[in-house]
Design a protein around this ligand. Structure first.
Ligand SMILES: [Zn+2]
Length: 132
């Protein structure tokens, strides 16, 4: 790879040319930074869809009385957020935000599964106590 400005050979990992100090176009480092920015944006959109989406749709459902409709929208919004995280993880495997986000989602899913199990267990306990 050569510097566009002075024509000297440059290290593609470098951000600037060591000979003239010019920025190296399409250096690996710059591409990585751009990828990181794109991945971070996708991650933020994913978070907004998952959390703000369900929150806003939940409130709208309460206000309008159309809870089923808005609950469905909230579900789709969360699924979309989750899909965006998976997309960011696959497309930008080195992005740190996407990695952190993946663990947040895994933690959330584990928490939901745990809650569902607790509800089922308490439900069974409740019904067996009724039978007696
Ligand atoms: Zn140069």
């Amino acid at each position: 790879m050569f510097c566009e400005h002075c024509g000297k050979e440059v290290n593609p990992d470098a951000e600037v040319c060591l000979n003239c100090g010019c920025r190296i176009k399409n250096s690996k480092k710059q591409v990585t930074t751009q990828d990181d920015q794109t991945a971070n944006t996708i991650c933020i959109v994913s978070l907004v869809c998952t959390f703000a989406g369900s929150f806003i749709f939940g409130i709208l459902g309460d206000l309008s009385g159309l809870e089923n409709f808005f609950d469905t929208l909230a579900g789709f919004s969360s699924l979309f957020g989750f899909a965006l995280m998976v997309y960011a993880r696959i497309t930008y495997p080195n992005n740190k935000f996407a990695k952190v986000l993946m663990w947040i989602y895994i933690g959330l899913i584990a928490l939901i599964v745990l809650l569902v199990i607790l509800v089922i267990v308490f439900g069974i306990l409740f019904f067996t106590s009724l039978v007696k």
